[in-house]
Design a protein around this ligand. Structure first.
Ligand code: KIV
Ligand code: ZN
Length: 512
């Protein structure tokens, strides 16, 4: 197995995506998580670009250990000095220098001749080399640079001491076969080309970033530059989780490995998505909401019998909770039974048949059936509520300048008692969560809230997905309502109900 180095540029190139900028403290938190994920190199920002970015790179260099820190700079003394100072205290560091090399960039952006650009690159690599040993060099827009000039500039920087040559497909233009060939020819044709390491940096404009990165490593690249969730300029960079999982899942064919801790993938993806306020498409490979959801009855049935029937990766290995399969009109009896069991309920075959019949009638008229509706059907059948707690009443007073106030009445279905709780906070959701914390018999961490709009009109039909953690186990509740806040409250209670049911079930098993 050949070990591929993972260079993470979420905090530099990823942050260049529109609307994704981060505060320095958020960068530090993400960098800590990236180290936990096991990336080899972190590029935490562009120190010369702003005082905030300088501070973030400096703090990360000082505090994040076990990973190499990369200072990013144009081939300008001021940039290099800033990158050197910002990364001064890193355990291990490198500098990453870049300059455009394609004719279109030279003519319209740099307004420099090829000779001037080579001279700049040479001088600045030699300058940086006095301070830092590991120098990575990127000829920007490499895939639209003619071979002759590309070889010339790469040769020049290797002569001056560059140790890593990164070939960026800056505008996502390359095709896999072409990109692979580029690595092979640069490696074989450039003087000194066998003395350096090669790195691939792919953008996803044609959806080929993962394929191109794989082609590069099949042709000698030992490092790939990636971002979490594929975030980055325009359509983004090569997605870390997609590339890593392609390497992992198809190691039989590829023969590569990485140092990534797979079980940290999901948490890292969530952290970045939340911090950057960047939603993940439902059908995004690996971390998208639908990546491990199965709606069709045939798929659900196969999956419940043997996961490998319709899944090539194990979501739990990636740290993804085996959360709820979306239940809808295509769902089978097996999946419905599974869902009911998540609430700690066991039904006889007859009860299950009846429930399934009613479920199918309900599902025929709507896009999917929520847990609340399923539990409603089960409760009707049993002639009493089957979930531990039912929401009886919710009121939230909201305004634009004072604390929000929530009051909730909840019935404990075991004892039949109803109790009311009040909570205040800066936000309506937090006020509701304060109420739930008082009402529930266990402590929980509110992990995540995702909201989806189910309608495009003023009815504002919303779907809320709430995740909570209880004793290291994640529970997820999904509910819908035409009132957004109510959808969140119901989803949070649904997650709590699953946790309580799980706790009661294990307590009963222990007693036996
Ligand atoms: O896409 C690109 O060319 C880059 C380089 C500066 C590495 O991000
Ligand atoms: Zn880039």
């Amino acid at each position: 197995m050949r070990r591929i180095r993972i260079f993470d540029t979420t905090l530099r190139d990823g942050e260049q995506a529109p609307g994704c900028s981060l505060y320095p403290h958020e960068k530090v938190q993400i960098a800590e998580q990236l180290a936990k994920l096991g990336v080899d190199v972190i590029e935490p920002g562009f120190p010369a670009s702003s005082p905030g970015d300088f501070a973030a790179v400096q703090t990360i260099s000082r505090t994040v250990s076990g990973v190499e820190i990369c200072g990013f700079a144009r081939t300008l003394k001021g940039d290099i000095d800033a990158a050197i100072r910002a990364t001064q205290d890193a355990e291990r560091r490198r500098l990453h220098l870049f300059v455009s090399s394609s004719q279109i960039h030279l003519d319209f952006q740099l307004r420099k001749t090829q000779d001037e650009v080579v001279r700049m690159a040479r001088e600045m690599v030699a300058y940086a080399k006095q301070f830092v040993d590991q120098i990575e060099f990127s000829p920007m827009d490499a895939t639209r640079t003619g071979e002759e000039f590309l070889f010339k500039i790469v040769e020049a920087v290797i002569e001056e001491g560059a140790t890593i040559i990164n070939l960026p497909d800056t505008v996502g233009y390359a095709l896999p076969e072409e990109f692979g060939r580029l690595f092979r020819t640069v490696r074989e044709s450039v003087r000194g080309g066998d003395r350096v390491e090669y790195s691939a940096h792919c953008h996803n404009d044609l959806g080929l970033a993962v394929a191109n990165s794989l082609a590069a490593i099949q042709n000698g690249a030992t490092q790939v530059e990636l971002t979490i969730n594929g975030v980055g300029e325009r359509t983004g960079n090569c997605s870390l989780e997609e590339l890593v999982m392609a390497i992992e899942t198809r190691k039989d064919a590829l023969g590569f490995e990485t140092g990534i801790q797979l079980d940290q993938i999901y948490d890292t993806s969530r952290l970045v998505s939340r911090g950057m306020n960047f939603p993940i498409a439902h059908n995004k490979p690996i971390v998208g909401r639908n990546a491990f959801q199965h709606e069709s009855g045939i798929h659900q049935d196969g999956l419940l019998k043997n996961r490998n029937t319709y899944e090539i990766m194990d979501p739990e290995q990636l740290g993804i909770p085996r959360s709820m399969i979306v239940l809808g009109k295509h769902s089978g009896r097996h999946a419905l039974k599974h869902r009911v069991m998540q609430y700690g309920l066991t039904l006889s075959d007859r009860q299950m048949d009846d429930l399934f019949g009613e479920f199918k009638i309900l599902a025929d008229g709507q896009k999917f059936v929520s847990d609340e509706e399923i539990m409603g059907l089960v409760s009707n059948q049993a002639r009493s509520p089957v979930v531990p707690y039912t929401l009886i009443d919710l009121q939230v007073v909201t305004n634009n300048h004072r604390a929000k106030v929530a009051s909730i009445t909840i019935r404990d279905n075991r004892t039949g008692t109803e109790r009311s709780y009040a909570g205040t906070s800066a936000g309506s959701v937090e006020a509701i969560v304060h109420c739930l914390r008082q009402a529930m018999p266990m402590e929980f961490d509110f992990r995540d809230l995702e909201m989806y709009s189910l309608s495009s009109d003023e009815t504002a039909h919303a779907q809320a997905v709430v995740s909570i953690m209880v004793d290291g186990v994640e529970y997820q509740g999904t509910e819908t309502d035409t009132d957004t806040v109510l959808a969140v409250a119901k989803a949070a209670l649904s997650a709590c109900n699953q946790a309580v049911a799980g706790m009661r079930e294990s307590a009963e098993t222990d007693a036996v």
